[in-house]
Design a protein around this ligand. Structure first.
Ligand code: UDP
Ligand code: MG
Length: 317
């Protein structure tokens, strides 16, 4: 029998674990595959890991990878993909925003030959205005500036064939934007729609600041447009300065007239020094990425791993 691992990063999701477990297995029990549910506890402080351990004791299809602290969603997903060992891996969130019932559709697309199936959300209960607008803006901007074609509105509900998992494991970049990495690796990719649900338990782990940092990671790791803007802006300003300098010099030399203007000088200098600092900041961000890469730190640190043997899942508990 073929195996499928369902991997779930969870950060302070203690109240979601049990409902997630029940809904997932109600759905997959009817399917002709051996399933494991592997939860990655991303440094939770609310007993998420203990809840998973308890489940793992009673059901041998459940596994846990506990990280040593909070490393973030993308690192937790990476830990899950590193540990998974199945013919296909499904990634989903712990908060049940990704309905387990849609797993059936992901698998159907895989059976039909797709190697990477993206769940694309259809919002039936639109979330907050702020989140919706910023997310739309993010996808629009990214599809415009990204060096790889991103699938819009596809958060982290996916099915990956084991070939894709193997390929993703080879990408060890520190600054991780997995959606971009999935777009980059190629393979036969398809999309499947699912109806996104409202978060039932707990709260979103992404505050506006974290969302901004995430968007910045995405831009920095998949676009060099900010650097190009710096080059173009620098060229334009230089051309203007050259033309205006020539004009000012001509006024002085030919007509013996100095152009008066403390105000214009002050404006030009402050404008240009502002632009310089901004672009220095842009360069600094890219340099920061190189710095992070140069340290070669692992992407996450594991405290304990309780992963059931694949054969356990095959025998069912
Ligand atoms: N998550 C995580 N580490 C973090 C933040 C989030 O593992 O540092 C998990 C979280 O538990 C959830 C998933 O990532 O399973 C998506 O997070 P969330 O639902 O908070 O994001 P949203 O759906 O609001 O964008
Ligand atoms: Mg969520």
């Amino acid at each position: 029998m073929q195996t499928i691992d369902i991997v779930v990063p969870a950060y302070n999701e203690v109240d979601s674990i049990r409902p997630l477990y029940e809904r997932v297995f109600t759905v997959v029990e009817r399917l002709p595959y051996a399933f494991r549910l592997i939860i990655v506890d991303d440094g939770s402080t609310d007993g998420t890991a203990e809840a998973c351990e308890k489940l793992a004791e009673t059901d041998r299809r459940v596994g846990l990878i506990q990280l040593s602290r909070n490393f973030g969603h993308q690192a937790a997903l990476t830990a899950a993909l590193d540990a998974a060992d199945a013919d296909a891996v499904i990634t989903m969130d712990a908060d049940l925003q990704h309905p387990p019932e849609a797993i059936v559709d992901l698998i159907a697309a895989w059976e039909a030959g797709a190697e990477l199936v993206h769940g694309v959300r259809r919002r039936i209960e639109p979330g907050g205005f702020f989140k919706r607008t910023t997310s739309n803006l993010f996808y629009r901007t990214m599809s415009f500036i990204s060096e790889v074609p991103l699938v819009a509105d596809a958060p982290d509900f996916r099915l990956l064939d084991k070939k894709v998992v193997r390929a993703i494991r080879g990408l060890r970049e520190q600054s991780r934007f997995l959606r971009g990495m999935f777009a980059w690796i190629g393979f036969k990719q398809v999309t499947v729609q699912y109806a996104e649900e409202k978060r039932r338990e707990g709260r979103s782990k992404y505050n506006p600041l974290k969302m901004f940092a995430f968007a910045l990671t995405a831009v920095l790791s998949f676009s060099r447009l900010p650097l190009r803007i710096a080059i173009v802006a620098g060229t334009l300003v230089s051309v203007c300065a050259f033309v205006y300098g020539g004009y000012a010099a001509a006024q002085r030399i030919i007509f013996a007239r100095a152009i008066p203007g403390w105000t214009s000088l002050a404006v030009i200098i402050s404008l240009l020094s502002g632009a310089q600092m901004l672009f220095l900041g842009v360069v600094g961000e890219y340099l920061g990425q190189v710095h992070a890469e140069a340290k070669h730190r692992p992407l996450y640190v594991v405290r304990q791993t309780l992963i059931p043997d694949v054969t356990n899942a095959k025998q069912r508990s």
